[in-house]
Ligand binder design. Sequence first.
Ligand SMILES: Nc1ncnc2c1ncn2[C@@H]1O[C@H](COP(=O)(O)OP(=O)(O)OP(=O)(O)O)[C@@H](O)[C@H]1O
Length: 337
Amino acid sequence: MSSPAADPALSVTDLRKSYGTRPAVRGVGFTAERGVLTAVLGPNGAGKTTTVECCAGLRRADAGTIEVLGRAVVSGARSAGYPAELRARVGVMLQDGGLPQAPKAGAVLEHVARLHHAPADPSQLLDRLGLRTVARTSVRRLSGGQRQRLALAAALVGRPELVFLDEPSAGLDPQVRLDVWELLRELRDAGVSMVLTTHLMQEAEELADHVVIIDDGRVVARGSPGELTGPEVVRVLPRQADDVAAVAAVLRHGLAGHDRFAVSAHSTEVTVQSAQPPDAAIVAAVGTALAEAGYGDAQIRADRRTLEDVFLELTGRRLGGPQTALAPEEPQRREPA
Ligand SMILES: Nc1ncnc2c1ncn2[C@@H]1O[C@H](COP(=O)(O)OP(=O)(O)OP(=O)(O)O)[C@@H](O)[C@H]1O
């Protein structure tokens, strides 16, 4: 038997859930490893909330298995429920917050903190999430964004090992969203496992170590953002097409110290493929190598696919927008049926 520490934070197999006759989740399976942030990314209505609510023990699945921190909580249609010991190790932030409306924000957080054995300091969390000034305001009088942050604070105050976050930055203004992202990064760096749903491609790209893309109740792709968006390409167009071979040689030599690059010569351009994004340093290394060899006038372009591009290729639709007329391209990295 594997040791509990070796188990993933969350393991979901063939999860199914219908509302009446309408299937919302049609066989979702994925794993969220410990100490990383896993984003479940998909458009509205894809089944993200239903999936997370089943995983968090808040909704009964029709079929499938769910293991949380090494313990089976759903097996087939049978829910084992969350034992109190496990509940204390898991934080949950739902879209509607699930907060009582009458009490004051600070009191709600203190109350939740008291339910835990070794909670974080509620007042520090209020400060961190910019809620200090509304600590004495009743929940019902908070703005949507403040309520959202209070729900996040309530999910975190028990110092959970695993946190489920359903659209945590929905409705937040851009600066507050950045603050929330920073906090989530810090938690991840401190070893907290997180499973976050989002329909914001940028949120997944910024935060996620692992992305599970779901559409119409099914997983259509999963992997790290880098795996999903594929190898990055820096394109170099020499001024003279005749220089392609020479420029390729210069780059092979100049980038020899960087073993993750593959330099290829084509008819009019040289491409440098990298397993990692062509950040400024990589583009700069290409530029320096070219300038030193007298090819400083070559054009350099970094091509970056986004998760939005990946979603469009897989489904023929955009993540955020209305259905487009684009036909799906040949699917890439599609999950086995
Ligand atoms: N309580 C419910 N009763 C009936 N249908 C529901 C219920 N909750 C969700 N659905 C339907 O199930 C499907 C999946 O919804 P779900 O909320 O899980 O998706 P989602 O990806 O989280 O979407 P959103 O980002 O809009 O919340 C949708 O068609 C939705 O209308």
